[in-house]
Design a protein around this ligand. Structure first.
Ligand SMILES: *Cc1c(COP(=O)(O)O)cnc(C)c1O
Length: 372
């Protein structure tokens, strides 16, 4: 290992785990700087919901703090409270789903910023400010055409004149439904609707762009961008080459190897029967680790592609290692995600998106965080 590389260990020990997930915080930080550079003058937040898309919200946020990231978005109050514990006072933490009834006081006391998605959420937050006897920060999300979260324009029109009393409006935001399709007319329609939405509220910083939205151009940048996936190496421009660095490397241990004679049944359902004699290796990773069962993928050793033979099991996968020219030993590692096979590659093979692959990565891995 590089002498300047600090390694923090998480999860089961290297010896006890079947697979190793390496999270390259230096690559993550470079991705952050690349996105920020594209934004010109706008600020760049980081979306770290769902435990930073499975990579560890505390570690990810602490790493991005080193590059000056001061604003983090999570989905739930519980995520926000955990992140506040991890980061301490200082950075802004916003709760995208808004704060569920009953959780307001805990969130206010932890200095979290509620995203008010409805007049009811706004009223509850205002009431919390009144009860606590102090002003509270708030963001208001508008629904500009995704029909998921946020106030429709009519709801903002119906807000009482004193709806923001006791609250500091920190951000007006909305979310794009089709940002990864630059040709979609929905983007410009949402941008125009967002302009209208902003005008209904007192002046405040604005935010519209997620990862892909940053690549739609300056008109979408406003004051603050909210990338998630691109930070973690998922391609924000699916029609073009990935401008981001890979952040995740997943390696699994070889358990045992064997010869496969012609015609023998391999794995569940005997879904594979070799037409020629093969050498096979069984590795310690399966669908219980979040590896999609339907991805007819491969593992890599020294850059050599080792295709899956038969079905993915819960805790193991059988590889055809005939092409390798040497046997694999128990404990040797093969790569499943990394430079040879990316998160996006596996998403395409399994009919999903990189987001789902990352957030599905399991809890049984030995986790290693690298920071140059
Ligand atoms: C998840 C989310 C983001 C981040 O989206 P990416 O596509 O991962 O960049 C930004 N804003 C909101 C409201 C979100 O829900």
């Amino acid at each position: 290992m590089h002498p300047h590389t600090a390694a923090i260990k998480h999860g089961p020990s290297l010896e006890q785990a079947g697979a190793i997930l390496t999270i390259d915080l230096a690559a993550l930080r470079e991705n952050y700087r690349r996105l920020r550079d594209r934004l010109g003058g706008a600020a760049c937040a980081a979306v770290v919901k769902a435990d930073a898309y499975g990579l560890g919200a505390g570690e990810v946020a602490a790493a991005l703090r080193k590059d000056g990231c001061g604003t983090f978005f999570v989905a739930h109050a519980a995520e926000g409270l955990a992140l506040r514990m991890a980061l301490g006072a200082g950075p802004e933490i916003l709760i995208l789903n808004g704060i569920h009834p009953g959780a307001e006081v805990d969130c206010a006391e932890a200095g979290l910023i509620a995203v008010a998605n409805s007049a009811a959420q706004l009223a509850a937050w205002r009431e919390t400010a009144r009860r606590l006897g102090r002003r509270l920060p708030v963001a208001i999300q508008g629904d500009t055409g995704m029909s998921r979260l946020g106030m429709p324009p009519s709801e903002v029109d119906g807000l009482a004149a004193d709806a923001l009393d006791g609250l500091d409006l920190k951000l007006v935001m909305s979310h794009l439904a089709c940002a990864d399709e630059p040709e979609s007319p929905a983007n410009e329609a949402q941008r125009a609707a967002f302009e209208d939405f902003r005008r209904k509220l007192p002046p405040a910083p604005a935010s519209l762009a997620n990862s892909s939205g940053i690549f739609l151009g300056g008109g979408y940048h406003y004051d603050l961008a909210r990338p998630g996936a691109a930070l973690y190496g998922v391609n924000p421009t699916p029609d073009r080459a990935n401008p981001m660095r890979q952040v995740v490397r997943l390696e699994a241990k070889v358990i045992q190897t064997r010869d496969l004679p012609v015609g023998v049944g391999v794995g569940y359902g005997h879904a594979y029967r070799p037409m020629a004699p093969h050498r096979a290796a069984t590795i310690a990773l399966g669908y219980a680790d979040g590896w999609p069962r339907r991805a007819a993928a491969a593992a890599f050793f020294d850059g050599q592609r080792l295709p899956f033979a038969g079905r993915v099991s819960m805790d193991s996968i059988i590889l055809d290692i005939s092409s390798l020219g040497r046997d694999l030993l128990p404990g040797e590692l093969v790569e499943l995600l990394g430079g040879n096979q990316t998160v996006d590659d596996i998403a395409i093979l399994s009919g999903t998106i990189g987001y789902e692959i990352l957030t599905s990565l399991g809890r049984r891995f030995h986790r290693r965080y690298l920071d140059g």
